[in-house]
Write a protein that binds this ligand. Sequence first.
Ligand SMILES: Nc1nc2c(ncn2[C@@H]2O[C@H](COP(=O)(O)OP(=O)(O)OP(=O)(O)O)[C@@H](O)[C@H]2O)c(=O)[nH]1
Ligand SMILES: [Mg+2]
Length: 367
Amino acid sequence: MFNKLRERIQNWTKKITEKAKEPEEEPKKEIKVPMKAILPGVYEPDLDKLKETVEELVKQEKQKEETPAPEKEGFFKRIASKVNKVQISEQDFEIYSEELEMLLLENNVALEVAEKMIKELKERVIGKELLKKEIEYEIKDSLRTIVEEILVPPFDISEKIREKISDQAKEPYVILFCGINGSGKTTTIAKIADSLVKKKISCVIAASDTFRAASIEQIKEHAEKIGVKVISSDYGSDPASVAFDAVKYAKKNSIDCVLVDTAGRMHTAKNLLKEIEKIVKVCKPDLKIFVGESITGNDAIEQVKSFNWAIGIDGIVLTKADIDEKGGTALSVGYVTKKPILYLGTGQAYSSIEPFNKQKFIERLGL
Ligand SMILES: Nc1nc2c(ncn2[C@@H]2O[C@H](COP(=O)(O)OP(=O)(O)OP(=O)(O)O)[C@@H](O)[C@H]2O)c(=O)[nH]1
Ligand SMILES: [Mg+2]
């Protein structure tokens, strides 16, 4: 993940500190006494004049040494060379920020988010007086803080479910999953159902994808392996009423959690976003999860924005993190939604799902 970030920061630090090297000591200037002082006449040196001239020259040299050298512009300004302090200048930050921007883009961070990160980094480091040995730490620390602020801490779904079902109302906890086609919604539902069942939380699945061929069979196959019930209807039937029936079933049978599978839909398809709005209205989910692929990069933020705008999502699952080692999509979708990444899907097995760990993620970025 971002495996070049650490390397690049070290590289920039090296460049900055190299530029900040003390200038080589200038050779001591010899004080040249003009010939006219030695030879006022052709034969006899005027000793008084000679003494006076030498004293004047020594005075001038001393004054020069005491006057501070003009500040040099560069990636840094030398501000107190004796204590090796540097100040990163705006002009040269631009050069290095281009490199950082490229690195973020290469690692799937969306352009909009990469630009915001660079702007924040700039505000944090420019003009700060730093010891040379502090530069690397300062850049890393600033980036780490920026990433920490972007990522909202995740919560534990099973705790949320337990909180709700411990209530007198005995209402089931309803989770709706949405996202574009093939992002991994159904597989994620199976993984989450499996982990909830193992934690003794009972589940029922609503097969509300009544659109894609074989979707109902697909979810039924998973449910059978996990040992949970599926509420389904015919292909082409109203997905909202399937979700409604599943909630009704859960209430009647004291099931703790309803997991609603929905058909994949493009974030640009307004009529399909309207349809998911209807499902939400009918089954009133406690949690709306956007399921996106880690590998999507720039496009993920357009997707998540559309779903968030249509139904207001509460959390995110990023699948296929086993294929993508970069990590930038998490930053992008986290940034634009200000919602937590709850899980990373890391493979096809039911156990291939990891609660998102913010600190681990930051460490893996090399910060
Ligand atoms: N490697 C890997 N593959 C995954 C992961 N999650 C899902 N998949 C695979 O991605 C493909 C699509 O997964 P589905 O769960 O059917 O996706 P979906 O969003 O329900 O798809 P639609 O219902 O058609 O919109 C399947 O082949 C899954 O096995 C993951 O975390 N890692
Ligand atoms: Mg599906």
